[in-house]
Write a protein that binds this ligand. Structure first.
Ligand code: UGA
Length: 442
């Protein structure tokens, strides 16, 4: 249930291993789009896999939950859990999906397993999903139906590859429900990945803790890089040195403009809300959220310094609007605070992204700001710009040579690289005025 990143990509991963999957969504346009082989979002390899599995007959899509439940053994709940005002996950869609599962299960004469993949607050399966199914079905778990938790760890931009080869598969199983455990272990056997079986709450907390620790790592890397830039040290080299310690590892130490996307900021907020509900202070996730708000301003500081202390009347190219490369997703993108700060200081901002331009226009409109100047052509955006900020490290940008980057720009032709997209030493050797995250000034 749910044809977003998690739902559709999970479906494709199961089809890859020969399982038959019916995608269910309450939005008819989404079902229609999936049935016609069009994914509702951009994600590498998804369009090809969708066409393949529709063609082979392993995949279909419907709005009819009861029909889908009647013809399958397991339902994965993959509906959205946005942030609510206090930072906790809004479980409204999940509760509604669980109720419709219960209604479908009521009429079944055989066992059905419901598995929550949506990211939830710890205890939500037991306190929200379970009672919703129980009440609507009139049956008790595990005799009448089963409920399990199976959090998803895929990243946008590499979603299908991640779903096919996860580092681990976590199964939260209810006490004594051996049948659910056997069914899920069998389902995942072809994936041949490490499998961890926990309680429902254990699985929920593994997901929240993993995302939060990754985000905390990024926030710490940003602080270290900022510190390095104030002395004669290269922040990226410092973090490389840190990551070479096998106890720490090199991953998620790329300093930049901060983390965006639908998962890290939302997950940290949810962990803060949940910790406080348990009387715990949530010091680390709170600090990571605070650090993340600082980072766009650090990037705009670099632009200001590069433009002699004043942005008034300057033309700035903003390259990269998606929250990360290889996606058209702009949720919580750091491009938005950078864009707003640049405008506030009087700059004219011209924007570009290989995929996310129209989504950024929509996001800026939702903020109540004037229509942003988003151009299709990279050359148009760079032409006459005094500075260019690289916010998303798209491959398309990486491939630009120093001359292609700056030759059409206007003095001082400053590059402010918020993601270490380019080799700073090569850029500086080629005469580019290159400012970057974690680097001392040129
Ligand atoms: C994240 C997790 O990595 C997934 O394991 C998880 O399944 C997913 O959230 C989720 O909960 O659905 P995602 O948000 O798609 O995945 O993307 P990431 O690659 O984790 O990047 C998140 C943000 O952190 C991006 O803005 C990225 O630019 C930033 N980041 C990441 C850094 O600034 N530095 C790094 O070293 C790594």
């Amino acid at each position: 249930m749910g044809t977003g990143y998690v739902g559709l990509v999970t479906a494709l991963a199961f089809c890859h291993h020969g399982h038959r999957v019916t995608c269910v969504d309450i939005i008819p346009e989404r079902v229609d789009s999936v049935s016609r082989g069009k994914a509702p979002f951009y994600e590498p390899d998804v369009a090809e896999a969708l066409a393949r599995h529709l063609g082979s007959g392993l995949l279909d899509a419907t709005t009819d939950t009861a029909k889908a439940v009647a013809s399958t053994e397991i339902t994965f709940l993959c509906v959205g859990t946005p942030s609510s005002a206090d930072g906790s996950y809004d479980l409204g869609h999940l509760g509604a999906a669980a109720r419709s599962m219960g209604e479908a299960i009521a009429g079944l004469d055989r066992h059905h397993l419901v598995v929550t993949k949506s990211t939830v607050t710890p205890t939500a399966n037991r306190s929200v999903v379970l009672p919703a199914i129980t009440n609507a079905s009139g049956k008790e778990a595990p005799a009448g139906f089963s409920l399990a938790s199976n959090p998803e760890f895929l990243r946008e931009g590499s979603a299908l590859a991640d779903a096919l080869a996860p580092d681990r598969i976590v199964l939260g199983i209810m006490e004594g429900d051996q049948a659910a455990r056997d069914l899920l272990e069998g389902l995942y056997a072809p994936f041949d990945r490490p499998l961890l079986v926990t309680s429902l709450e254990g699985a929920e907390l593994i997901k929240l803790a993993s995302n939060s620790l990754l985000a905390i790592k990024v926030a710490f890397a940003n602080e270290v890089a900022n510190l390095a830039s104030s002395v004669d040290a290269d922040g990226y080299q410092v973090l490389e040195g840190v990551g070479l310690d096998h106890r720490l590892g090199p991953h998620f130490l790329r300093a930049g403009a901060g983390f965006g996307g639908s998962c890290f900021p939302r997950g940290l907020r949810a962990l803060v809300a949940f910790s406080r509900s348990q009387g715990a202070p949530a010091l680390l996730p709170t600090a990571a959220l605070d650090q993340n708000e600082v980072q766009p301003a650090v990037m705009v500081d670099l632009v200001r310094k590069a433009l002699d202390g004043n942005l008034q009347g300057k033309r700035v190219a903003l390259l990269g609007l998606a929250f990360k490369p290889d996606t058209d997703d702009v949720r919580e993108t750091r491009a938005l605070p950078i864009y707003k700060l640049l405008l506030e200081e009087g700059a004219t901002v011209v924007c570009h992204d290989p995929r996310a331009g129209s989504n950024f226009v929509e996001l800026v409109r939702e903020e109540g700001l004037a229509h942003p100047d988003v151009r299709e052509g990279l050359d148009e955006v760079l032409r006459e710009a005094n500075a260019a900020v690289i916010q998303t490290e798209w491959e398309e940008y990486r491939l630009l040579g120093p001359a292609e980057l700056v030759s059409e720009m206007a003095p001082p032709r400053a590059i402010v690289d918020a993601r270490r997209t380019f080799d700073p030493y090569m850029m500086r050797a080629a005469g580019v005025t290159y400012w970057g995250v974690g680097l001392p000034p040129p």
